[in-house]
Design a protein around this ligand. Structure first.
Ligand code: FEO
Ligand code: CA
Ligand code: CA
Ligand code: CA
Length: 618
């Protein structure tokens, strides 16, 4: 299925044992430093982080957000010691955010200041970081530091822009919205912008009306209670323009331009950010579909060819998508004068596809276009009308085309050496019916699938790269990849190649035998060493079992998220999301002493070699 050039690259560290402590563990010869934890001030409007949870919503709007997830390092002038770290802040731990957790008044309403702080802890950020004497630090008050929250003004672009679907009281012409939420995985573009992806945003909108609009039913908008209760918040003297009631999708007025029935239709997108211009607005690129977006990863662009992005929809039995630009790549666009205009060129017009994996090891990309044929002999146009409505109903349109339901598609990654694409399928406890690409029912451990697009861009070949499992499981039913104590893993989630071709895998696991053995972790593998000479169904086999190596283990309670690299390969950044009792100090490996309780702070961790060498290799 693949042709891979011979290459000398090899992993230069020994796999580490599993760990279950309130500290990080990293391979021998490496250091791990806490960088930019939740609450770190980014400018002079923020007070320093307080360990009692007493920082204000205004502090939070000007500080690092909570629950770091996807991220990307943007070098400044090509430097590997000075750059911008763009980071997602996926969600919050209310008990850590507030002094004594979330509160409600006698009528059950959330206080405005608490809700504002929660809104400001979500979203994304751009943070200037520099390496000084070998240690990374945040550049406080750098003019490029900025935050995007669930309240930030953003533009809508692509097919939904200006349509009746997205007109609200706030934007009567349907061209703008406020905020981005539950930003999980990420991407970047070949023209130097950051992509942040809206995943579990349906949980913050409430719609108690019946029946729900079909797109809201299919995406899972909350119908009885929301995770945070923002829509219930009492207004106060600073409330402007329905800043909380917009999360309630009730139709209260005569027209959509006078209420917020359409507010949720402005969420569920890939959002583009220009990290190098702090005055620019984020743009929601609606052409890339509306679902629970996990990540958005580009191919390495080829002159004269379209730009392609791969995207997972992370929920049980949802789908894998790709977007192929209408515009053809020209290398002059790698350094544009107006990056968001270049974004419009490549991301506002093109074709969205959903994947069908066939049992013979081939697959088909099914276009979500008005002319596309459904499995029952209609067209998407006959069901939905126009492209904007198809995109609003992306999941329903993909159902109609006969896409393959997957075991929770999380991140995609593109091998820079050969163009193979990898996808983490994190787990699926509810799968009762196996298919070739998701062959285990009640898949508690997850797997990683890969494919290679054919030149026609609508067909591909695929195989399963590795199956998660505990080491002790039956190799004929579960541990197909022959994992051992030194590389057993489950629930793969974050996934990225570095530019040399090492694949880094992160886990978001719990509640199984692997979780009993180790906290969440980062593993590395060089896939070219794993290819089965016969082609399809190449897995990590017994003779190759040391090829997959455990590099890093996080503290109790966390998942390990986000992967970013400096161009010189001397620093790798990962994120610790929702830790339980960490960090104890700026050394990420220092274990919080027994009997000591710290207010947990999600954080980036900067990993370097003690000898200053290149990460991962000898
Ligand atoms: Fe936010 Fe699918 O993980
Ligand atoms: Ca994830
Ligand atoms: Ca996950
Ligand atoms: Ca998660």
């Amino acid at each position: 299925a693949t042709d891979t050039p011979a290459q000398p690259l090899s992993l230069g560290f020994e796999s580490i044992a599993g760990s279950k402590t309130d500290g990080c563990v990293v391979a021998q010869g490496y250091t791990a430093q806490v960088l930019a934890p939740w609450g770190t001030p980014l400018n002079t409007l923020a007070n320093p982080w307080q360990s009692d949870g007493s920082n204000s919503s205004e502090d939070q709007a000007n500080s690092v957000g909570m629950h770091h997830d996807g991220m990307h390092f943007f070098p400044i002038n090509g430097s590997s010691e000075d750059g911008l770290l763009a980071i997602n802040f996926e969600y919050i731990d209310q008990s850590a955010l507030h002094p004594d957790g979330p509160t409600r008044d006698a009528e059950g309403r959330r206080p405005a200041e608490e809700v504002r702080k929660e809104i400001n802890a979500h979203g994304a950020g751009v943070i200037r970081i520099t390496k000084v004497n070998g240690r990374w630090q945040v550049v406080d008050n750098d003019p490029l530091n900025r935050r995007f929250t669930t309240a930030s003004l953003m533009d809508l672009s692509g097919p939904l822009r200006g349509t009746a679907h997205v007109r609200t009281k706030f934007s009567k012409n349907g061209t703008q919205t406020r905020g981005t939420n539950n930003n999980c995985g990420n991407g970047y573009t070949p023209w130097g912008t950051y992509l942040t992806c809206e995943e579990n945003w349906p949980n913050v909108f409430l719609n108690t009306s019946t029946p729900l609009p079909e797109d809201q039913r299919r995406i899972g908008i909350a119908t009885s209670r929301t995770s945070y209760g923002w829509e219930s918040a009492a207004g106060d003297s600073t409330e402007v323009n329905d800043e909380f009631t917009r999360f309630n999708l009730a139709s209260t007025a005569a027209s959509a331009e006078e209420d917020y029935r359409n507010e949720a239709s402005t969420y569920g997108y890939i959002v583009e950010i220009n990290p190098f211009d702090a005055s620019s607005r984020a743009v929601k690129r609606t052409a890339l579909g509306r679902f629970r977006h996990e990540g958005c990863w580009p191919i390495l662009p080829v002159e004269g060819q379209p730009v392609t992005f791969y995207m997972g929809d992370d929920a049980q039995n949802e789908y894998l998508y790709k977007f192929v630009s209408a515009a053809l790549w020209t290398a002059a666009d790698a350094t544009p004068s107006d990056p968001l205009a270049t974004g419009a060129k490549y991301m506002d017009e093109g074709t969205l596809y959903v994947a069908r994996f066939d049992a013979d090891g081939t697959g088909r990309w099914l276009p979500l276009t008005v002319d596309s044929s459904t499995t029952d002999g209609r067209t998407l146009g006959s069901i939905y009308g126009d492209l904007a409505t198809i995109i609003l109903n992306t999941r329903g349109a993909a159902d109609a085309l006969g896409a393959t339901p997957m075991d929770r598609p999380e991140w995609t990654a593109v091998n820079p050496l050969n163009g193979d694409v990898y996808l983490t399928l994190t787990n699926n406890s509810s799968r009762t019916e196996a298919n070739a690409a998701n062959p285990r029912t009640r898949n508690l451990n997850g797997h990683i699938i890969r494919w290679h697009d054919a030149e026609d861009r609508v067909s591909f070949t695929w195989d399963i790269f590795v199956f998660g499992s505990d080491a002790a499981a039956d190799p004929t039913t579960t541990n197909f990849s022959g994992l051992t104590d030194l590389n057993q893993f489950a629930s793969p989630d974050g996934l990225s190649f570095d530019s040399r071709g090492i694949l880094w895998i992160e886990t978001d696991n719990g509640g199984n035998a692997v979780a009993s053995a180790t906290n969440d972790q980062v593993l590395a593998v060089i896939p070219t060493t794993l290819l089965d000479a016969s082609g399809n169904q190449a897995t990590i086999r017994a003779e190759n079992q040391t090829a997959l190596r455990r590099f890093f283990v996080g503290p109790n309670g966390c998942e390990v998220t986000g992967l970013a690299f400096t161009p010189d390969h001397k620093t790798m950044f990962v994120n610790i999301q929702h830790p339980g009792n960490w960090p104890y100090s700026t050394d990420a490996t220092e274990v919080t002493p027994a009997g000591t309780s710290v207010r947990p702070r999600a954080s980036t961790v900067a990993i370097q070699r003690v000898d200053g060498g290149d990460i991962g290799v000898a």
